[in-house]
Each structure stands twice: as structure tokens, then as C-alpha cells.
Design a protein around this ligand. Structure first.
Ligand SMILES: *Cc1c(COP(=O)(O)O)cnc(C)c1O
Length: 396
């Protein structure tokens, strides 16, 4: 019902218009928040426009689903109460004995869901460094015929590893399985996994898509109608769907996604370069730096390098604590992707649930600090990072 072509209009135009058009009855420009559990039917079993009950479908959610599908170049999208509800839905399609090959450097909550719940239900997991294609291929071959998904995050969290999406799609398809990409860190503006061969794309819309730290939401998008049916059936059965108010907030966020991602990327590049020049810092991990081991691959598969930076302080955990408490513009908080800059210390915050030995195997140093660079003025951000570094050095 949108007046633009959701497949061919440019990204910035789709972000503002796809799935949304003025109400033909009253001209309202914005999609209303449809606070409805149920919908009147003109005759039994003949709902108007298909809407019966909001666990199944709701017009505000439909508008966001069409918008996100358009942004990812997908045929369909489904929205969930959170990123984790979306991931839980995908995992719930697995049977006991099925095997999932997943990246080693995953969002902490995803790792927790896999190992504390689905492993208990008899789903098998192999965690592998998916930036290493030979190791990924070996893990897929070993899993054999019970393979359910190859599940990757790129850039990964918090080590910002870059996995080759096109190559992984080839490997997954050769092994007879689906490639799932958690595209939260890049956002659809920076990276289009479906165009590179992925089968399903996941989002925590809580992050860049909503973009203002005011909503929790998740999404799955894809092209295969059979997968859509399976996922929607589970969503309607279990009820992990997104409410209309949050759907509205995410939709407001996506309108400015392109503008925000450009500024996030620009600010992050300047901060990464500044950190690299400083003595207090051992190592800066940012895909936009030439020192990043997969800089060339990031340049090939991403439009720009995003707003996330991880770096290692020489002064370890005490340094990380001091840095995160000294900054005044960067707020000490979990999460990421909002307009405001955030700082967190993964080993004692977001990734504390991962055993120390596994954190070290994934290359996560004790002095690791993660920045979600916002869209404030770069001069204020640079001065704030310097303030943090001085405090970190004093904590040594
Ligand atoms: C935040 C996040 C999730 C989980 O999403 P929620 O909306 O918090 O449930 C999943 N994957 C990645 C990469 C994330 O950053």
C-alpha cells in the first residue's frame, strides 16, 4: 500500500516510506499505534484485511515488518518482543539431536540461550571461529546430516571479528543447511546479508534500528515462504510478538537510520584512530582501521564500518573500570546503537556469563572496553575518551 516501490527505491527513501503510507480515510501521515487485541469481523471467519487477533497480526507491527523487509531487501519480515525472542523462535524450530554450528564470539545472551536451554533440550552446538573458513567447513562436515543452521554474527560482539558472509553461505548450502546472520551490529544500512546468500537475517531492533534507547524489539527477515510460514506459526503459537507501541518506536527510528549510521561510522573512525595513537592502549579493534585483520573483507562486504569499537587497556580490569567511570559523555551502560555514546566493560558486564577460559579462547583480554559511539559532536567525544584514558592510566 506504500506509494514507493519497496524493492527499487533507494535505501534512504525506503527507510522513510516502505510499509507506511497516509491513511486513505483521514490522511494521517504516520501509521497509528493500533492498541487492539481484537478486530471486528463483518461475517464469521471473514476478518477485514486479515486482522483477527493481535498475537497473530497487528497493523502497526505489519507496517514495521514491511519496512524492515524492504530495508534488508527481503520478501518478508516478522517482529518479536526482543532480539532474544526472535532467536528463541529460530532455535525452537530445531528438534532434539539437530546440530547448530555457531560463531565463537556471540552476543552473551545468545550464548546463554544456546547453552543453558537448547543444549538441555538435546540440540547440539559446535562453537567455531567463523572468521576461519577452513575450521567452519570442518565443523559443518562433522555435524553431518543433523545440521540445522550455520549461525553467525558479523561484526561480532565484542571482538568485532568479520566473517565472510558470501563464503559462509556457500559452505552452509554445500552442507545442506541454512545460513543465519545476526545483522544487529552492522544494521541493514551497512550490510545486506541476504544479497550475499544468507537465508535468514536476525535483528535486535533495540539497537541501531530503533536507535534511541527507548524500545526493546527483534526481527527475522528472509525470502523463503516456507521458512516464513514455520516461523510465523511458532510466533503465533508462543506469543513472543512485538507490541504496537514498540513497533511504532522502531519505525520512527528506521526513518533516520541512514543519517545516523553515517555519523556513527564517521565518529567511530576518528575515535579509533585517536585510541590507536595513545600509550594507555594496547590494541584497538575497529574494522575501519588498516590494523584490523579483516579490514579488506569489511571494506568488501560493508558500506562503512559502524559505531562499535573495542580496545584493550594496558591497565586491565582496574583500568577498564576507571575509564568507564571517568567519562562524562559516554554513559556507563550495557546495550548499544543509540544516538547517545555508551561505554561498557565486557568481561565484567555483558560477557560475564561466559566462562573465563572461553572468553580467553575468543581473544577477550581483561582490559577490554567496548564503546558504542553515538552521534554527539566529535570534539566532545574525543575529549571524553582522553579523560577516560587518563583515569585508566592512574588506576594502574
Ligand atoms: C542485543 C543483542 C541481541 C539481543 O537482543 P535484545 O533485543 O536485547 O533481546 C542479540 N544479538 C546481538 C548482536 C545483540 O547486540
Amino acid at each position: 500500500m506504500s506509494s514507493i516501490d519497496p524493492k527499487t527505491a533507494r535505501f534512504e527513501t525506503r527507510a522513510i516510506h516502505a510499509g507506511q503510507s497516509p491513511n486513505p480515510e483521514n490522511g494521517a501521515l504516520m501509521t497509528p499505534v493500533y492498541f487492539n487485541s481484537t478486530f471486528a469481523q463483518p461475517a464469521p471467519g471473514e476478518p477485514l484485511l486479515g486482522y483477527e487477533y493481535s498475537r497473530t497480526t497487528n497493523p502497526t507491527r505489519t507496517a514495521l515488518e514491511e519496512n524492515l523487509a524492504s530495508l534488508e531487501g527481503a520478501d518478508w519480515g516478522l517482529c518479536f518482543a526482543s532480539g532474544m525472542a526472535a532467536i528463541d523462535t529460530l532455535m525452537s524450530l530445531a528438534n532434539p539431536g539437530d546440530h547448530i554450528v555457531a560463531g565463537i564470539d556471540l552476543y552473551g545472551g545468545t550464548y546463554r540461550l544456546f547453552t543453558k536451554f537448547f543444549q538441555r533440550y538435546g540440540v547440539k552446538f559446535t562453537f567455531v571461529d567463523t572468521t576461519d573458513l577452513a575450521a567452519t567447513e570442518a565443523a559443518l562436515n562433522e555435524a553431518g546430516s543433523t545440521l540445522k543452521y550455520l549461525y553467525i554474527e558479523t561484526p561480532s560482539n565484542p571482538m568485532l571479528g568479520i566473517t565472510d558472509i558470501e563464503a559462509c553461505a556457500r559452505l552452509a548450502h554445500a552442507a545442506g543447511t541454512h545460513l543465519v546472520v545476526d545483522n544487529t551490529f552492522a544494521s541493514p544500512f551497512l550490510q545486506s546479508p541476504l544479497a550475499m546468500g544468507a537465508d535468514l537475517v536476525l535483528h535486535s531492533c533495540t539497537k541501531y534500528l530503533a536507535g534511541h534507547s527507548d524500545a526493546v524489539a527483534g526481527a527475522i527477515v528472509g525470502n523463503d515462504p516456507a521458512l516464513r510460514e514455520e516461523i510465523a506459526f511458532y510466533q503465533n503459537t508462543c506469543g513472543g510478538q512485538l507490541g504496537p507501541m514498540s513497533a511504532f518506536l522502531v519505525m520512527r527510528g528506521t526513518k533516520t537510520l541512514a543519517l545516523r549510521m553515517e555519523r556513527h561510522s564517521e565518529n567511530a573512525m576518528a575515535i579509533a584512530k585517536f585510541l590507536e595513537s595513545r600509550d594507555e592502549v594496547d590494541k584497538v579493534i575497529y574494522p575501519g582501521l588498516e590494523s584490523h585483520p579483516a579490514h579488506a573483507l569489511a571494506t568488501k562486504q560493508m558500506r562503512s564500518y559502524g559505531g562499535m569499537i573495542s580496545f584493550e587497556l594496558k591497565s586491565g580490569v582496574p583500568g577498564g573500570k576507571a575509564f568507564s567511570m571517568a567519562t562524562q559523555v559516554f554513559t556507563l551502560a550495557e546495550s548499544l546503537g543509540g544516538v547517545e555514546s555508551l561505554v561498557e566493560v565486557p568481561p565484567i558486564m555483558t560477557h560475564a556469563s561466559i566462562p573465563a577460559a572461553e572468553r580467553q579462547a575468543a581473544g577477550m583480554a581483561d582490559g577490554l572496553v567496548r564503546l558504542s559511539v553515538g552521534v554527539e559532536h566529535i570534539d566532545d567525544l574525543l575529549a571524553d575518551v582522553e579523560r577516560g584514558l587518563i583515569a585508566a592510566a592512574a588506576a594502574k
